[in-house]
Design a binder for this molecule. Structure first.
Ligand SMILES: CC(C)(COP(=O)(O)OP(=O)(O)OC[C@H]1O[C@@H](n2cnc3c(N)ncnc32)[C@H](O)[C@@H]1OP(=O)(O)O)[C@@H](O)C(=O)NCCC(=O)NCCS
Length: 143
């Protein structure tokens, strides 16, 4: 939160956004002028999580998805990078891993853009591809 600044006799203050701001922002964005002149999209766009954390190996296995309306804007890449920073804060964490269907080009390109490298195409781990089951491409990033 900044100190109040007075500009041209108007007191203006900049505050960081918080979850509690969603209500008044949503109400404000019903305004036709805001909808006419700005791009307003307050919908959540996705999920990212640590599926498992192996305390013995220090490997955190992550998963994620982005809703169709949020794709190809760098959202997954940004979220993965933020989660990596969170994982760095876990005691004993040494690496981040993503298991991805070998046929899932979008997800493989996404982790590659976050500096993950292909560790192996597993002969034992599998992932769903619709109703099929395909081999998992295991990607890793050392912390
Ligand atoms: C995979 C997924 C999470 C990517 O999310 P996203 O927010 O669209 O990805 P980003 O915009 O952050 O893309 C990051 C990089 O991956 C590339 N990429 C993303 N989608 C791509 C696609 N469909 N085809 C090729 N490359 C793709 C982008 O080009 C980008 O690299 P860039 O710098 O060259 O543009 C999203 O498509 C999704 O939710 N898919 C369905 C669920 C899923 O597959 N989850 C992962 C399971 S392992």
């Amino acid at each position: 939160m900044t100190e109040a600044e007075v500009t041209d006799d108007v007191a203006v203050r900049l505050d960081p956004l918080a979850d509690t701001d969603i209500g008044w922002i949503t109400a404000a964005c019903q305004d036709p002028e805001i909808q006419r002149w700005t791009v307003v999209d307050l919908r959540p766009v996705g999920m990212i999580a640590i599926h498992t954390f192996d305390a013995k190996t220090g490997v955190a296995d992550i998963g994620y998805w982005v809703a169709p309306w949020g794709r190809r804007q760098g959202i997954a890449r940004g979220a993965i990078k933020l989660l990596i920073e969170e994982i760095r804060g876990i005691a004993g964490a040494g690496a981040v891993q993503a298991r991805i269907a070998i046929t899932n080009t979008a997800s493989r390109r996404t982790v590659e853009s976050c500096a993950f490298t292909l560790v192996e195409v597993s002969s034992t781990l599998t992932c769903p591809d619709g109703t099929n089951t395909v081999a998992a491409a295991v990607y890793g990033l050392n912390l």
